[in-house]
Design a binder for this molecule. Structure first.
Ligand code: ATP
Ligand code: MG
Length: 575
């Protein structure tokens, strides 16, 4: 590690929002967190009010809430301006539609300030919002709008062609965010109406248990599920933003996730704004240069991203990184996939930061198992449960298993941000719970003797080879340490003798050519670093691995291709 890195690590502030994890974990009561909200006094609940309007009654009134930059538009909005613009958006929706509390409104567009005005404006009406990732194709859009019986859609003229209007009879209105829109009874001009709309709006007060946001899962393991979250999720989103993101008043925070995924709302809208924090939103396409430039230009202090992005930055090399001044960064976090030790090493040595892993999922609505700034990190471990959350490893009967035993990663039912419904599918909802008590995540992990959780893989992805259980994650992580490999996906392939054999799909660094010698070399490399039984028997080179749009490797697709089976739902797959 270079001197500069050492100095930076030493200079890290010692006052954390969660100075003593063990102490708070032993005593935290969510009833304490409730006192932070205005509804604790007034009884009137609405996420949008807590995230935006209440700050305008404080010293934060003129503080920047949102910096937006996509290379073309560079804008900044204070909390006061956000209040007016979200009010205007609510008025646009209210005056032109029959939307009522609990109805579903979908947003299907690239990141832009209007996306945020619309989302929060709709929440001010008590409407349930379904955000969709801009890259979805017609089938994916249709599935979600029809499954949830959407009444209104907000999109752009370019994306409208991917909305099969004729097949969606219950979709009453479509707002287009663009210029010179030809209005019809169904198609309405959002921007023109936004300009004309009044900036005062009477918020629809809701119950804490009323629906707020409907997120479809990433589709890594099968068809996406519609996960409904309620306004009460704010308790955990607010609190975890303090403890895990460690955000403070003066921070400039950047969450790289799209609001089409849960990270892009829970920690790309709600958590930070509930805490009155200044956020940066970067639009446009990913490039290492643009990302580093954004950190430098905005002096980003806290940065929340994903392993897939870190791997791409790592792949771009330190030659690129060296051109930017990233010294504003104080805290870096990751979510979405296991954080390979190789990526942690890159963070530590090249970026000068310990990347903090956080584990949670669409269904949990907020952080569950995390690495806190004040806690010692064990590279490769997801960390410890959020105070107020009880996690455990249970067997298939719902009994807790001893440390170092691989099992189902489970959480005791009833954390504040827990999903309240799988849309239209109560049986599927109940099927998540074992003995009515444990929420079973579908992930496989073990617990060590110091209370740290270690991710092993999706339960469905765990490989049984010659009587040994092997998690794909450890094999993939070892593969990534190989100097020629940039990405790896590992599956179990049925085998008459061994039950399953390990097959690895790898993509190589630019300029490296596949060869038989390289295959032997890679196999040897895993054997030496991990174990003989974890070394892949088969290795196949791929230019790109199949991934979800949220950046997760789709092992089920690799497996289906390998075994010539139907690939199932591909609506969330990258092109
Ligand atoms: P689907 O449920 O449709 O198959 P998905 O599970 O990928 O898709 P998400 O809810 O977006 O949809 O992702 C949650 C999953 O992501 C977790 O179950 C876990 O497998 C993985 N994940 C998230 N964070 C981490 C992490 N820090 N370490 C390891 N895995 C993680
Ligand atoms: Mg899932």
């Amino acid at each position: 590690m270079g001197m500069k890195t050492m100095e930076k690590l030493k200079a890290l502030p010692l006052q954390y929002n969660l100075p003593d994890y063990e102490d708070v974990a032993a005593t935290h009561d969510w009833a304490e967190t409730e006192k932070a909200f205005s509804w604790f006094e007034t009884g009137q609940v609405n996420m949008a009010y807590e995230a935006i309007d209440r700050h305008t009654e404080t010293i934060r009134k003129n503080k920047v809430a949102l910096y937006y930059n996509d290379g073309k538009r560079k804008e900044a909005y204070s909390f006061n301006e956000m209040k007016k613009l979200t009010n205007k958006a609510a008025n646009v929706l209210k005056s032109a539609t029959s939307l009522e509390k609990g109805d579903r409104l979908f947003i299907f567009m690239p990141r832009s300030p209007e996306l945020y005005f619309t989302l929060l404006g709709a929440l001010k009406m008590g409407v349930i919002v379904g955000p969709l990732f801009e890259a979805f194709m017609e089938g994916a859009v249709y599935d979600r709008l029809s499954d949830s019986d959407a009444k209104v859609l907000v999109t752009t003229p370019e994306l409208l062609e991917r909305v099969p209007l004729a097949k969606l009879p219950n979709l009453q209105h479509v707002f287009l965010v663009g210029t010179d829109i030809d209005e019809t009874t169904q198609i309405l001009d959002f921007n023109k109406r936004l300009k004309e709309a009044p900036s005062q709006f009477d918020i629809e007060w809701v119950d804490r248990e009323d629906g707020m946001i409907l997120h479809y899962t990433s589709g890594s393991t099968g068809a996406p599920k519609g996960v409904l979250h309620v306004h009460n999720a704010m308790l955990q989103q607010y609190q975890s933003t303090q403890w895990v993101l460690d955000l403070r008043e003066d921070d400039i925070y950047w969450c790289t996730a799209d609001p089409g995924w849960v990270t892009g709302t829970s920690y790309g809208i709600f958590g930070p704004w509930l805490n009155g924090i200044t956020m940066l939103i970067v639009g446009g396409r990913f490039s290492p240069q643009a990302w580093y430039q954004a950190i430098e230009d905005y002096s980003v202090t806290v940065w929340y991203s994903a392993p897939t992005a870190f791997r791409m930055l790592m792949g771009a090399g330190s030659g690129v990184l060296e051109n930017y001044d990233l010294s504003s960064l104080r805290h870096v976090l990751s979510v979405g996939e296991p954080l390979n030790p190789e990526v942690i090493r890159w963070g530590y040595e090249e970026l000068g930061h310990r990347i903090h892993d956080t584990w949670w999922m669409t269904e949990t609505g907020a952080h569950m198992i995390c690495n806190y700034p004040s806690m010692d990190i064990k590279p490769g471990s997801m960390g410890k449960p959020l105070p107020g959350v009880h996690a455990a490893i249970v067997d298939d009967a719902g009994e807790e298993v001893p440390p170092f035993t691989m099992g189902n990663l489970a959480v005791r039912r009833g954390w504040p941000a827990m999903m309240r419904q799988i849309w239209g599918n109560p049986e599927r909802y109940e099927s998540y719970f074992l003995k009515g008590e444990w929420y079973v995540s579908g992930d496989s992990a073990y617990l060590d003797d110091e209370g740290y959780f270690w991710f092993q893989g999706r339960v469905d992805d765990v490989i049984m080879t010659a009587g040994e259980r092997v998690g794909p994650f450890e094999v993939e992580s070892r593969l990534l340490e190989h100097p020629d490999i940039i990405e790896a996906g590992v599956i179990g392939k049925p085998d008459p003798v061994r039950g399953e054999i390990i097959k690895a799909f790898v993509s190589l660094r630019e300029g490296i050519e596949p060869s038989d010698a390289l295959i032997d070399n890679i196999r040897d490399f895993v054997k030496k670093g991990l174990s003989a039984h974890a070394a892949p028997r088969e290795i196949e080179f791929k230019e790109k691995l199949p991934k979800t749009r949220s950046g997760k490797i789709m092992r089920r697709v690799l497996k289906a291709w390998e075994l010539d089976l139907p690939t199932g739902d591909l609506s969330t797959m990258e092109d």
